[in-house]
Design a binder for this molecule. Structure first.
Ligand code: NBP
Length: 483
């Protein structure tokens, strides 16, 4: 039998799989392609892969036989049972040290489970976030691999060569143990929901508040793309707003205002609740999509619930637009602050060692949230990998302070107009809560004790004969006497 020539195998010839194979082929690797419906293998070889080094396989066994050791096989199939099915099919053909990589959008608890199961059998497992959609897969995605650490040296070269490159650095590094790769990808998607919601709110304020036309709004976004907001999402928003239908009118107002979602934003919000971390902006972004989907109900409500009288804007438009840029920037700082706080807490809870500067670098290119801003986050964590939150970093601390007056003016004006800004507003509420030495949770604790005997702790220095620091209030004469 001839020597195996494949550097890596890939199962799943839908959009992502085909493009990633072509990308890896361009980088000089020999890829062996397989798909459940094997006619797709033949079609791929005869068309997109024609004239390349790409090899095909018509069974899992043939795929494995064509791979060099240790075998590396990427699954790019629909997340869920299909991943487990392929793992079961592959196992009997693999040897100790071989590596299965799940590049789909799997939920991280599944990745933790699969890592444990396969490691117990001597195999290695990697759950890798792959971001950037079709275009990213073809020309350089952001890759976020995590799982069995022993797999990294074997896949590093292929992964880093295949990933997007920013200033000569690959948007791919080892994320951490177990489900860390898919966890970080999940948070990335949650942050993407947040960024998109913030941009949508800015559009709403410019459209319904200032009454600007889509072309004017596109010009504003184009300008913003030259400053602190320089990012893929701002850039494509300007292009989208400029786009005209056949009748010459902007297309965007003709699109039904009901947002879809595939669930990764919801997973992030649930993970935040589970970890007890206030990731409020992503939560609001998910809820805003939920509210958008209540279209029929909103139509009925719009007929019977009145907001404030619409008043034309009388202030300085240029100043207002500059304020809005700052509001968007500051809210974005809060969203990333919250996202990194969540990853930090989860790493602590699950015993992962996450490289936060590395994560920011991985997101700088190849993915939907790519931006210049992520370079600043990488720099902040490079300076201090133990940073509790970005607001303690000098650069972001100054940026948030600078943005603060405009940020407040925008939210105040939106409230007066009756234009909802759930993401802008929750970001500011978090900022004000986070910077408050005292919050009214003392009253909550008293209420909890009053109705449920939950006890409370006493502020240091406020101890007296009844109140002793750190003691259970039920042990004192004060016990229940306030009822
Ligand atoms: P899909 O998510 O549409 O999956 C299609 C592939 O899954 C095909 O190869 C199909 O085989 C296979 N498959 C299905 Br469906 N059910 C199967 C089963 N029960 N057993 C075995 N194979 C099964 O493809 P995609 O859009 O390329 O995405 C691949 C992965 O990457 C997904 O997890 C997705 O969430 C993730 N992802 C997608 C994007 C994107 O922009 N599309 C971006 C980032 C990540 P068949 O041909 O025989 O039906």
């Amino acid at each position: 039998m001839s020597q195996p020539v494949g550097d890596i195998g890939l199962i799943g010839l839908a959009v992502m799989g085909q493009n990633l194979i072509l990308n890896m082929n361009d980088k000089g690797f020999t890829v062996v392609a397989y798909n459940r419906t094997t006619s797709k293998v033949d079609a791929f070889l005869a068309n997109e892969a024609k004239g390349t080094k790409i090899q095909g396989a018509h069974s899992v066994e043939e795929l494995v036989s064509k791979l060099k050791r240790p075998r590396k096989i990427i699954l790019l199939v629909k997340a869920g049972p299909a991943v487990d099915d392929f793992i079961r099919q592959l196992e009997p053909h693999l040897e100790k040290g071989d590596i299965i990589i799940d590049g789909g959008n799997s939920h991280y608890p599944d990745t933790i489970r699969r890592s444990k199961e396969l490691e117990s059998k001597g195999l290695l497992f990697v759950g890798s976030g792959v971001s950037g959609g079709e275009e990213g897969a073809r020309y350089g995605p952001s890759l976020m691999p995590g799982g069995s650490p022993a797999a990294w040296p074997a896949i590093k070269e292929i992964f880093q060569a295949t990933a997007a490159q920013v200033n000569g650095e690959p948007c791919c590094d080892w994320v951490g143990e177990g489900g860390a790769g898919h966890y970080v990808k999940m948070v990335h998607n949650g942050i993407e929901y947040g960024d998109m919601q913030l941009i949508a709110e800015a559009y709403d304020i410019l459209k319904r508040g200032l009454g600007l036309h889509e072309d004017e709004i596109a010009d504003i976004f184009n300008n913003w793309n030259k400053g602190v907001l320089d990012s893929f999402l701002i850039e494509i928003t300007a292009n989208i707003l400029k786009f005209k239908d056949d009748d010459g009118e902007p297309l965007v107002p003709k699109i039904l205002d009901q947002a879809g979602q595939k669930g990764t934003g919801k997973w992030t919000a649930i993970a935040a609740l589970d970890a007890g971390m206030p990731v409020t902006l992503i939560g609001e972004a998910v809820f805003a999509r939920c509210l958008s989907s209540l279209k029929e109900e909103r139509i009925r409500a719009s007929k019977v619930i009145a907001g404030p009288q619409k008043e034309a804007f009388k202030g300085d438009k240029k100043q207002f637009i500059d304020d809005l840029e700052q509001a968007l920037y500051a809210s974005k700082i809060i969203s990333y602050t919250q996202g990194f706080m969540l990853m930090r807490q989860t790493a602590k809870d699950l015993g992962w060692t996450l490289n936060y500067a590395g994560i920011a670098r991985m997101w700088r290119g190849g993915c939907i949230i790519k931006s210049v801003f992520l370079g600043d986050i990488a720099a902040a964590y490079q300076k201090n990998s133990n940073l509790e939150s970005l607001l303690f970093d000098d650069f972001f601390n100054k940026a948030a302070h600078k943005a603060q007056p405009g940020w407040r003016r925008i939210i105040a004006q939106a409230v007066l107009w009756g234009i909802p800004t759930p993401a802008f507003s929750t970001a500011l509420a978090f900022f004000d809560g986070y910077r408050s030495e005292v919050v009214p949770a003392n009253l909550l604790q008293a209420q909890r004790d009053y109705f449920g005997a939950h006890t409370f702790r006493v502020v240091p220095g406020k101890e007296n004969t009844k109140l002793k620091l750190g003691e259970d209030i039920r042990t004192h004469q004060l016990d229940r006497s306030w009822r």
